[in-house]
Design a binder for this molecule. Structure first.
Ligand SMILES: Nc1ncnc2c1ncn2[C@@H]1O[C@H](COP(=O)(O)OP(=O)(O)O)[C@@H](O)[C@H]1O
Ligand SMILES: [Mg+2]
Length: 371
């Protein structure tokens, strides 16, 4: 146990990704949890908001304005802010009255989803700054963000995954028909088409024929330079919450899965965060042996992809065959009131505040340079 008293945390939220708004809602939930037992009094929290344009602002206003996104308009409580990469400083630099002042920090909490938050980039800055941080390191963050790389590693590690292939923008520009031929030779319709790096279902579509496949490629390429094609899996969508540091594998734990009941044909961004149409069932509607199988696979996938701190491990259980197939790992999953990760942990007896405390402890005790 690391002595918690007056641990200075920098909590980052917002960001330039398509999941900016979700991050704000997740961050508000974190800020509230950090004010409750067992966190209350242990942590001295500084919130750092990143605008959609990529401006960094220390924010000292009400938490409700973080949740609803109006924090940026609260200029009286916003001050320009940077994280120094100078590891002898280990400090935020905050501009007050035109003067940059150092504000020392002990650990970082990147409550950021998607590009520049969950993909290893900000984790790289924390590494440069010598600052412990919650969640996966640079490599696992980057690997899990890129669906083509994650699928390749899952295949190598024997983590079951659906049939898939990928193409680069350059391949499509050189000869789109050749790419479509390659995909059609490997996968039957319907085919799921995704940008390799995006998140929250942005740029994803389901193609039923060659014309739709061609269109879907352009939709995906609008988000990223790499596009992933997958066999369509009909079945249940289930997710496990995993926690722990791999340098102490006995502490790595994955919950039994919960189940997503999608409102639309597939689990879309609006379903996830806006409509409230998708529902979460805990535990998933599976028999005891299947619940155990998914749980064990989640732990295996987490270790295979080199995760640390936390990740949500998402699976399909195929209708008819009962095959369990890993879809993806999310290294900083949603932490909103309707989010699966904190709900699954709550079922294990960890309140949001106890979970936040545990994740910060894992950040502070993670062995340096191990992964
Ligand atoms: N191979 C697939 N078969 C069936 N449905 C899929 C497949 N891949 C993705 N989906 C659906 O699309 C949603 C988003 O895809 P996912 O790969 O999880 O991307 P994101 O990173 O945007 O969450 C999933 O939650 C699921 O509903
Ligand atoms: Mg997903």
């Amino acid at each position: 146990m690391v002595e918690n008293k007056s641990i200075r945390l920098a909590l980052f939220f917002g960001g330039v990704s398509s999941e900016h708004e979700v991050s704000c809602v997740s961050a508000a939930a974190w800020l509230r949890a950090l004010g409750q037992s067992p966190c209350a009094g242990r942590y001295d929290v500084t919130a750092v908001g990143i605008t959609k344009e990529g401006r960094w602002l220390r924010y000292t206003g009400p938490t409700d304005r973080v949740a609803d996104g109006s924090w940026q308009a609260d200029t009286a409580h916003c001050a320009p802010c940077l994280l120094s990469p100078d590891r002898t400083a280990r400090a935020l630099l905050v501009q007050e009255d035109g003067v940059w002042k150092e504000q020392p920090v002990d650990a970082a909490v990147p409550v950021l989803h998607g590009k520049n938050g969950e993909d290893g980039t900000i984790q790289g800055l924390f590494e440069l700054a010598g600052l412990p941080y919650v969640g996966c390191g640079v490599l696992a963050s980057a690997v899990c963000m890129d669906k083509a790389v994650a699928n390749t590693l899952m295949d190598a590690a024997g983590v079951p995954h659906c049939a898939w292939c990928f193409a680069l923008r350059a391949d499509v520009e050189a000869d789109a028909d050749k790419v479509l031929d390659m995909v059609e030779a490997k996968l039957p319709y319907p085919i799921f088409v995704k940008p390799a790096n995006a998140g929250s279902s942005v740029g994803i579509s389901k193609a039923r024929d060659r014309a739709e496949l061609r269109k879907a490629v352009d939709v995906a390429l609008a988000e990223d330079d790499k596009v992933v094609f997958e066999e369509f899996i009909e079945g249940q969508e289930v997710e496990c919450a995993a926690i722990g540091n791999p340098d102490d594998p006995d502490t790595v734990f994955a919950t039994h899965p919960g189940e997503i009941l999608a409102g639309a044909e597939f689990y879309t961004y609006d379903d996830k965060y806006k409509n409230g149409v998708s529902q979460v069932l805990i535990p998933a509607r599976l028999d005891a042996a299947k619940l155990d199988e998914v749980q064990a696979l989640a732990r295996r996938a987490y270790l295979a992809l080199g995760c640390a701190g936390l990740s949500r491990c998402d699976f399909f259980v195929q209708k008819g065959t009962g095959r369990v197939l890993c879809n993806e790992l999310n290294t900083f999953p949603g932490f909103t009131a309707i989010s699966m990760y904190p709900k699954l942990m709550e079922q294990e007896g960890l309140s949001f505040s106890a979970l936040a405390d545990r994740l910060i402890q894992l950040a502070l005790t993670k062995r340096k340079g191990a992964y």
